[in-house]
Design a binder for this molecule. Structure first.
Ligand SMILES: [Zn+2]
Length: 149
């Protein structure tokens, strides 16, 4: 079993339930797993279960370094990916574009400052050079949006 070493987290369960209700996907379970996975590459992923529902997988090295507000922003971001999966016209966006959409979604639920703080934290922590420009672009986009928020 793929996730047998993971720890299921109940933190932010109310947030997840609220978003599921707003997205009208109450019938689809969303389970958050903390993976005992430590490497230089930070990982937070949304994956779909073949029978319906989703897993949010967060590596423990990410989780340990985030504040409560930043963890909330991270969960809301991953839920944002669920919100946009049904929007076909967004498929033209690249990964950064989809992440910016999820960041905006997360701002609605966790507050824009918590999402900005999360991006700054991930940018600082991430040792994977490929990811750095991504966080920079996302932070710049959100700072621009904050001015008209
Ligand atoms: Zn994302």
């Amino acid at each position: 079993m793929l996730y047998h070493d993971g720890i299921i987290s109940e933190e932010n369960k109310d947030l997840i339930d609220q978003i599921r209700m707003n997205l009208k996907i109450e019938d689809l379970p969303v389970t958050v797993f903390m993976l005992p996975y430590n490497s230089d590459v930070l990982t937070a992923q949304l994956v779909a279960h073949p029978d319906g529902g989703y897993f949010i997988l967060i590596s423990s090295n990410v989780n340990e370094k985030l504040t409560q507000d930043e963890r909330k922003a991270l969960i809301a971001h991953e839920m944002g990916h669920i919100a946009y999966t049904s929007k076909i016209h967004l498929y033209d966006l690249d990964r950064t574009g989809l992440d910016i959409c999820a960041d905006i979604f997360a701002s609605k639920y966790a507050g824009i400052d918590a999402v900005l703080s999360l991006l700054e934290k991930l940018y600082t922590l991430d040792q994977d050079d490929r990811e750095v420009p991504d966080y920079k672009i996302r932070k710049a986009a959100l700072e621009a949006i904050k001015k008209i928020w």
